[in-house]
Design a protein around this ligand. Structure first.
Ligand code: PEP
Ligand code: MG
Length: 755
């Protein structure tokens, strides 16, 4: 029925690839010749080659016979996206008699592929190295045979080496040519990153880099002569500005605001710093030059420190230097002011992001960190869209370049075209309409068949409470107490903590509240606490280990919680518990606090529930012993996955291995829930897994009835839960548990959203 294909001839022709390459001026033209040749031999209506860009985890259509030529370079897919992306991700050919029937098929309007039924995608790989995908398509159904698949595999294996070599050679050619070009950043139109905090922003960008200060100062004209009095006036003005910022931030973020700008204010009050500048001025140096000299000296000294937190202080020095200069010479603030801008930075610390928030930053692009890092968590609380990417080139773009940050998809568009902007505005409108939806949210959530599921909120900052209330949260399943600690300049006292906790309780009246005791260490460092440098901070003095080592700090916190919650339903949980002994030791401290508070006749909560976070694989083997002892269990999937799979949650390079549906994770979760059920103890999921609709059927299927999540995901998860039929979810769970291959589980999980 179909035209006979002469495969031998095709394979012979392909071996002539080198000669094709020799007269091809570019990789694209070389690949075009190949697709033309393959299409003609296979009598296939379409043959396309997509190349893979590892840095962006993206495949891009590079040559095609049969699809619209304009789609070259425009059709892009993530690894795993669409049938083409899937073939490359799973390193296997995918052959479909009718592609559009496969749920993975991704339809790109305008490229003309909707007419084609048969679909064959063969990955182009060298060993495990992903190079691209070859796709053939035909109008008729059932066109490709198993023989076609074998032949295409043979072709792609030959192509792999040639493409790699060609790419290399072409790159060398480009490097040669680029030598004469200016180093301006070009072709940086679209960058794929990972979402740290959802949202959109479309505005000018500012790069926060160590070079900023240099750039700023070079852009200024310091030819005017200034006086010592001008300098002192600039110091006073700068101090006033910083104090105003501090006041603003205190109003907005009462719990964590303390002293965010204090480091800079103190620097201005520091005689050493100000007098060093004044000294130069008195010796005849023009004040701006004197500021430049001392600021650069200080910044260089901080920058040379081995401690990353001290190094980071160089940002403070540079920031203050810039402000001083602006106030001295009256320069407009337009060089790298963050207000209303998207900030691009190599790295940021929690205090930086708080500062940026108070300055009205619209979005952040980070060149380091992970989506489940605590910086991302904080950005979510502050409603700052955040995307993380590896594309360091972004640090070199011109200040004030327009960027569209789609932190829902993780897309960064540099100077986006009109159609992208229009699309963005439409989505903004749709989001605005969604907000109205909150009125229709129910107080309680049930599955389709009427099973009650309690949906609680993770709270990081007190400012999160508003969203929690608006979106009808049923309480606080996890209050991360460490954030007020992180941004201070010293440990908050028992009284200070109590005030914060009282505000939290008042913000969620008549609802249950779970306080997690201090969880610092790892990626949450206290600048004022002299942490000894640890090679592996995530495996070091973290969390409950810190609290048990510093009992006075631990007791002050527990007392503050017990006092704040004297007449409400509160729970205390310990993070990162690794053994029964550790739990008992921590609980003893709570008992000791209770005893002392009673003796002191201080009002407190005498019937607090005490539980643990399950975050370490170590507890799996002792989970029943723990379940028997604790009042409740709460699974922190972010850390649990990190430790079970040995995948650093803050390292983007291994982000693709951070898999909540790894069979080991799924089976472990079941084991934990089983223990909870056996000993009649509540089990809550409070890691990011709880806000992913695709995992909800599984979690309900194993018996989870409590989820604690970022409040903004509540509508989505309320809706997911209410569509679930528990019997079906249980069947799906049994099926998932019966598989041991990630590839199978991935497919089932992706489809489970429809359950
Ligand atoms: C977790 O580990 O899943 C968790 C909820 O705690 P955190 O993200 O604060 O470490
Ligand atoms: Mg954790």
């Amino acid at each position: 029925m179909f035209k006979k294909r002469d495969h031998t001839k095709l394979i012979c022709d392909i071996s002539e690839l080198n000669s094709l390459f020799e007269d091809a001026p570019s990789l694209e033209i070389f690949l075009q010749k190949i697709v033309d040749m393959i299409a003609s031999h296979m009598h296939s209506e379409v043959c396309s080659i997509y190349l893979y860009y590892e840095d962006r985890e993206e495949i891009i259509l590079t040559a095609t016979y049969g699809l619209h030529p304009d789609s070259i370079g425009k059709v892009k897919m993530k690894l795993g996206e669409g049938l083409t992306g899937l073939a490359l991700k799973e390193l296997r050919p995918i052959c479909e008699s009718s592609a559009q029937d496969n749920p993975h098929f991704k339809y790109f309007p305008g490229i003309g592929e909707e007419r084609f039924e048969s679909f064959l995608a063969v990955p182009i790989i060298r060993g495990q190295t992903k190079i691209g995908v070859m796709v053939a398509q035909n109008l008729k159904k059932n066109y490709f045979t198993s023989e076609d698949i074998s032949v295409c595999r043979a072709i792609t294996s030959q192509l792999a080496n040639t493409i790699e070599t060609t790419k290399l050679l072409m790159t060398l050619r480009e490097v040669q040519q680029k030598k004469v070009e200016t180093p301006e950043v070009r072709d940086l139109k679209f960058i794929k990153g990972r979402v740290g905090s959802e949202g959109f922003a479309f505005c000018e960008a500012v790069v926060l880099d160590i070079d900023n200060f240099r750039r700023f100062s070079e852009a200024q004209n310091f030819s005017t002569r200034y006086t010592l009095e001008d300098f002192h006036r600039a110091v006073r003005l700068t101090e006033k500005q910083l104090e105003d910022y501090q006041a603003q931030v205190e109003e907005k973020l009462a719990d964590v605001a303390s002293l965010i700008f204090m480091a800079q204010i103190l620097m201005l009050k520091d005689k050493g710093f100000v007098e060093a500048i004044a000294g130069f001025i008195q010796r005849g140096v023009n004040p701006p030059e004197a500021v430049l000299k001392i600021v650069k000296d200080y910044a260089a000294k901080f920058n040379a420190m081995s401690d990353s937190y001290l190094r980071e202080k160089s940002h403070d020095v540079l920031d203050i230097g810039k402000r001083l200069l602006e106030n001295l010479v009256g320069a407009s603030e337009d060089c790298d002011d963050c207000q209303g801008r998207i900030v691009i930075a190599r790295e940021l610390f929690p205090s930086n992001i708080l500062k940026l928030s108070s300055q009205g930053v619209k979005g952040v692009i980070l060149l380091s960190g992970g989506v489940s890092s605590h910086l991302s968590i904080l950005a979510r609380s502050l409603n700052i869209p955040l995307v993380i990417t590896d594309t360091a080139q972004l640090l070199e773009i011109r200040q004030r370049t327009k960027i569209l940050l789609d932190a829902e998809q993780g897309n960064i568009y540099v100077e986006p075209s009109e159609d992208i902007i229009v699309n963005f505005k439409e989505r903004e409108d749709a989001r605005a309409r969604l907000v109205e939806l909150k009125e229709s949210l129910r107080e309680q959530t049930h599955t389709k068949d009427g099973t009650r599921v309690k949906l609680l909120s993770n709270i990081n900052l007190l400012s999160d409470l508003k969203t929690a209330r608006e979106l009808k949260s049923e309480g606080v399943g996890l209050y991360r107490t460490e954030f007020p600690f992180i941004v201070r300049s010293d440990f908050p006292s028992e009284e200070e903590q109590m005030v914060i906790y009282q505000k939290l309780i008042a913000g969620m009246p008549d609802k249950e509240i779970t306080f997690r005791t201090l969880d610092i260490g790892g990626d949450k460092v206290l600048s004022y606490y002299n942490h000894e440098k640890e090679e592996n901070p995530f495996l070091g003095m973290r969390s409950i280990r810190f609290s048990l080592r510093h009992k006075e700090i631990f007791m002050a916190q527990v007392r503050a919680i017990l006092r704040a919650g004297h007449d409400v339903d509160i729970k205390i949980m310990f993070p990162m518990i690794s053994s029964l002994d550790e739990f008992i030791e921590a609980r003893e401290i709570v008992f000791e606090c209770l005893r002392r508070l009673k003796e002191e006749r201080v009002p407190h909560n005498g019937s607090v529930s005490i539980g643990i976070m399950v975050e370490l694989p170590a507890v799996l083997e002792i989970i029943e012993d723990l379940a028997a002892e604790v009042d409740f269990l709460c699974i922190g999937t972010n850390d649990f996955i990190q430790y079970l799979l040995a995948v650093d949650r803050t390292n983007e390079k291994v982000a693709d291995m951070f898999l909540a549906h790894h069979p080991a994770v799924l089976r472990s979760l079941k084991k934990i829930v089983d223990a909870g059920i056996k000993f009649k103890k509540d089990v809550t999921i409070c890691g990011d897994m709880a806000h992913e609709p695709k995992y909800i059927p599984y979690l309900l299927g194993i018996g989870i009835r409590r989820l604690s999540l970022d409040s903004r995901h509540l509508p989505k998860i309320k809706s997911s839960v209410s569509k679930i039929d528990l019997e079906k979810a249980k069947k799906l769970t049994a099926e998932l548990l019966s598989h041991n291959r990630l590839s199978h589980i991935t497919r089932i999980v992706e489809q489970s959203v429809q359950i």
